[in-house]
Design a protein around this ligand. Structure first.
Ligand SMILES: [Zn+2]
Length: 247
């Protein structure tokens, strides 16, 4: 899971969403009204469609799910579920692009809170997940650094085999692409270097290359990359970091 920068909400659909929020606030049963409005056919056309397009542009790779980073993001997830907060049904800051597995089968309406009522789940569009989650590159597994990281790993089952194998593969492919980028750059072949950078950017599992770039500057980097000091030097190259690092 990586930080996703949220785009500003354009007009339309901004005014239409504000109207829907007012309608929900004035309804005698806000939760039912919010659910009805959200699933309304006209709303699907005029609100869901532009929202999905905006979210797809924000997502890493080719419209990847903002939670698992692997599957195509097909659903607009309400980070804070409609059932818990109906007034956030049409709140742009509450919309996250998710795959149907993460949205409908894993997260559903679950929204864990700590003893004080503070949300525990990490919203990748609202904060950087890296202080809570460390990706162990060699095995493709997430190691939770905080209780919130643990809750997020558990809820989305982020260490299931299909994801860990995918991350290990992405690590291998990214290493090979970085070697090609370095060779092309050394020959001033900027067209090829750009192509290799795009190949990395368009892969699923964008969390892998971001973890590689971040961990290359860690105090423990020499240990993490001890089998591949050449890769470590490449990851520290400012031009490569400028091309690939999501701030
Ligand atoms: Zn997913």
């Amino acid at each position: 899971m990586i930080r996703i920068k949220r785009a500003p909400l354009p007009e339309p659909p901004r005014s239409r969403m504000a109207e829907h929020t007012c309608t929900i606030a004035l309804a005698p049963a806000p939760k039912t009204k919010a659910q009805d409005l959200w699933s309304n056919t006209t709303v699907r056309t005029h609100v869901h469609a532009p929202l999905r397009e905006l979210l797809s542009d924000m997502a890493a790779g080719r419209e990847r799910c903002m939670y698992c980073g692997d599957n195509q993001g097909t659903d607009i997830d309400h980070f804070e579920p409609i059932a818990r907060h109906p007034l956030r049904a049409f709140d742009w800051t509450n919309h996250v692009l998710a795959c149907s597995l993460c949205n409908s089968r894993l997260k559903r309406s679950v929204f864990p809170l700590d003893a004080d009522g503070t949300p525990l789940l990490i919203d990748p569009t609202g904060e950087d997940p890296s202080p809570h989650l460390r990706l162990v590159l060699a095995v493709g597994q997430y190691y939770p650094l905080t209780p919130r990281g643990q809750v997020t790993v558990d809820l989305f089952n982020l260490n299931r085999a299909i994801l860990t194998k995918g991350r290990v593969n992405a690590y291998r492919v990214t290493k090979a692409c970085i070697a090609q980028w370095t060779a092309a750059t050394a020959h001033d072949d900027h067209e090829s270097a750009d192509m290799w950078a795009r190949t990395i950017q368009e892969q699923p599992m964008a969390d892998v290359v971001q973890a590689m770039l971040r961990q290359a500057l860690d105090p423990a980097a020499e240990t993490v990359f001890e089998d591949d000091q050449q890769l470590l030097a490449q990851l520290r190259e400012p031009a490569l970091r400028a091309a690939l690092l999501i701030q």
